[in-house]
Design a protein around this ligand. Sequence first.
Ligand code: GLP
Length: 237
Amino acid sequence: MKIIIDTPEKIAELAAERYVELLNRKPNAVLGYATGSTPLGLYAQLAKLNAAGKLTFKDATTFNLDEYAGLDGTHEQSYRYFMNKNLFEHIDIPMENTHVPSGTDTAHAGDYDKAIAAAGGVDLQLLGIGHDGHIGFNEPGTPFGSITHVVDLTPMTREANARFFTSIDEVPTQAVSMGMKTIMNARQIVFIALGKDKAEIIKKMIDGDVTTEVPASILQLHPNCEVFLDHDAASLL
Ligand code: GLP
């Protein structure tokens, strides 16, 4: 892992440069995207660079990490809706090239890995982190060999995400998520964590053992992973 500590604004710029490098080298790259508040600065930056002609997504393909079980793409809290509103509608990607796991047809979740493989595998995977160390929605205890699967969300994760819903009762209890192996198969990873509330888990992820109890700790083993942290998230390192 290569660790880069900077301001949130600078991190958005630096991370966006990775997309410029990749898409200029490989216009039909496969991009793995993430949701949450963390990537919003990067997504704004990508839209800006796209509008300025510095990169194009017209031949790119995208696969998102995860989706809430039970929500279809028109639901305002679905991750499909989030991606459309925060990125896809602001860049030149053909909508048919964008993929988010289905939250309503979850019986064949593992087929998502086949679709990723058929597209050539993920070139650049973006990741954030949950307070318990989850990446995607892979909660502590998820086997490192897992592929895309249905997961039970922990009370901590439902609590953290309740801020987007009118009440915690509306937060789904399950999600569909790329597995740990799916994520580790990406050729390059850009990981971002911002804020004091992530400092403790970042310390465990970077300085602790590689363990399924801290899913993100597996990134210590990835050959091409950059970890972008703001000063708050890095404050316990
Ligand atoms: C959700 C997503 C994760 C994301 C996490 C952190 O649980 N499934 O992919 O990393 O939220 O969200 P935030 O960036 O809002 O802290």
